[in-house]
Design a protein around this ligand. Sequence first.
Ligand code: ATP
Length: 320
Amino acid sequence: MIQAQNLTKHYGDKTAVSGATFTAQQGKVTGFLGPNGAGKSTTMRMAMGLDRPSEGSITINGKPLAEHKSPLREVGALLDARAAHPNRSAKAHLSAIAATHNIPKKRVDDVLELTGIAGVAHKPIKGYSLGMGQRLGIAVALLGDPETLIFDEPVNGLDPEGVKWVRQLCRALAAEGRTVFISSHLMSEMAQTADHLVVIGRGRIIADAPIEHLLNSTGENRVRVRTDAAESLVQALNGPGVTIVERDSSLLEVQGLTPRQIGQLALERQILLTELTPIAVTLEDAYLNLTHSEVEYHSGDGLSPLTQDQPETVHAMEGK
Ligand SMILES: Nc1ncnc2c1ncn2[C@@H]1O[C@H](COP(=O)(O)OP(=O)(O)OP(=O)(O)O)[C@@H](O)[C@H]1O
């Protein structure tokens, strides 16, 4: 289990992590999600004892990592896939780590097989692709057969087959009862891998919940409605708690009413609907809504995920 309590890290004037409190449970994949520069790597480095918290703490199975007798058997981490000597082979790299941590040689062959790099195990690491380097980093993390795994952006540079493999590996490790804590800036990836999400933005934890809770708590589903009588329909639908966005002269997006209620109100006014489509809130929408104001750098106006979709008109009647 990983537990962060009021975890804070300042670099001079810059606060990289601010009062973060969360838990990554055993037997679960916990996704650590946030935009670039949100504080994910800093948090993971503090968990591994590579950076010291300015305030608060982060513990692995109840203690800071440095207080464990065999840290490599306690936690395995992929933090920087390039952290290996370029002229060494994967086998030599893993063997050296195994030898200094009392890990049997046989385990080196096991993790080479498990990560799919046994075929290139004797080749110098400098010739490896980014994806092969990631696999080697994961092999190092698995070497001590640890109960807790921390992977910082493990799918970076992997092809679709590699991405699927990481996903399956994380699920399998959690199914064995291990704690798997994995960072990403992509919700789509986490949605398929994680049981639980901790979302961070500008160093602050902005959500900590099972995936399905996050989805349910971030806004009602909307309904897309097409009609040639948009103006009359807006009048018919408007009411307390209803928000209507006019996408164009004949297309509305309605929040706060079910498709059935919209159909009923339209029927009462004899308004013909030519489309009535529920739009589910995707995890990606939920994530963008949560993190939009927490992104350090937004793309230019035209590219910003929420501004490209700006409605022309919004009708909202709250609490009438
Ligand atoms: N050694 C450092 N000195 C100064 N600032 C730092 C240092 N390390 C990180 N930061 C800053 O702290 C903030 C958090 O960085 P961090 O690398 O933890 O974010 P991240 O969420 O992992 O981002 P990314 O997805 O881009 O790796 C950033 O603004 C970063 O510039």
